[in-house]
Ligand binder design. Structure first.
Ligand code: 2P0
Length: 320
């Protein structure tokens, strides 16, 4: 009746932005991500605490805001007639700030609940359950490169390449640690309903997915860099042109992008990607990681730099 699971956040190189079915949380577009190794969320679940309501503690503090989504996630795994649970979550990186903390949190919660309830699910079933709670969480059930499909009636993820078959480094430049103003779930709906670019974003995604899959298959870093940066900028164009406008960047975000462009001009194998927040993730080949880290550290407005390789799937670390 007790279990702890760990999951790493994943960063989309081809982005998920928009839903084709809101109530079932089905994505409007496919996406391709990399799961990180050095950032993590650890979630402990306790079923035996005799509580009248679920409780959620995040990084040592009671959290009421996220509780309804966590409770719904637990219901979907363990059933609505379950006992109440105490959930304790800790992450080694800023949460709700565009660093995919909901992906690692819901992936770890899904695995921990199944472990604590003594239920046995396949990885694809766990991915489906995690993805109902948060679309991107489905991808953290897989390590390395993973693809979240947008076809079929269910959430489905496939593994494209394991974490150790193409060593890639990710340098995360943190430019702000506060929570973002508009969460992704709400923001995606603003975009779907109001951005004049939303339809072309959806229409072009399959082509980007094909290009990225091919680049990953061939270990073609330049090919992946070109399609990933373009896809990221298209997603932000949709965000910017939504009403209300969703501008997640700050001046340091742009300074990091410009710094990465200069590194590219000097022959450094690196590209940027940015999610629903102001942080910049620089993806590079391992031999360029130190140069990229040092360059981003010195960029005005960067508060902290985290370095990560590619990581493995969400997993149970203890249960009793
Ligand atoms: C992604 N993002 O592919 C994109 C890029 C943010 C920008 O998936 O509503 O927290 O819980 O399914 O998974 C963030 O969205 O949204 C996200 P829900 P989620 O990583």
């Amino acid at each position: 009746m007790h279990a702890t699971a760990i999951a790493q956040p994943n960063i989309a190189l081809i982005k998920y932005w928009g839903k084709r079915n809101v109530s079932r949380n089905l994505p409007a577009v496919g996406s391709i991500s990399i799961t990180l190794s050095d950032l993590y969320t650890e979630v402990s679940i306790d079923f035996s605490s005799g509580l009248s309501q679920d409780e959620l503690v995040v990084n040592g503090k009671r959290n009421i805001e996220m509780l309804p989504r966590i409770s719904a996630c637990i219901d979907s795994v363990a059933g609505g007639d379950r006992c109440r649970v105490r959930v304790s979550s800790k992450s080694n990186f800023p949460i709700a700030a565009g660093l995919a903390s909901s992906a690692s949190a819901f992936a770890a919660t899904t695995v921990a609940i199944a472990g604590a309830a003594g239920l046995s699910f396949s990885t694809s079933e766990l991915a489906k359950l995690a993805g109902q709670a948060s679309g991107s969480a489905a991808r953290s059930l897989y390590g390395g490169f993973a693809e979240l499909k947008n076809s079929g009636e269910n959430i489905e993820v496939t593994s494209l390449c394991s974490d150790d078959s193409w060593p890639i480094q990710v340098i995360v430049a943190i430019t702000e640690t506060g929570q973002k103003a508009v969460g992704s779930t709400v923001a995606m709906e603003f975009s779907r309903k109001t951005s004049p670019f939303y339809k072309s974003w959806i229409a072009q995604q399959d082509k980007d997915l094909d290009s990225a899959r091919l680049a990953i298959d061939r270990r073609d870093f330049d090919g992946l860099a070109t399609v990933a940066e373009h896809n990221c900028l298209k997603m932000h164009s949709v965000m910017w042109t939504s009403r209300p406008s969703l501008v997640y960047w700050n001046s340091a975000t742009i300074a990091c992008m410009q710094r990465i462009r200069r590194l590219q001009e000097d022959g450094c194998k690196v590209f940027f990607t940015i999610d629903a927040g102001p942080q910049v993730k620089a993806v590079c080949l391992p031999e360029y990681a130190i140069d990229v880290r040092e360059a981003l550290k010195k960029t005005p407005g960067v508060q902290q730099v985290m370095v990560s390789g590619l990581g493995t799937a969400a997993r149970l670390i203890e249960s009793s």
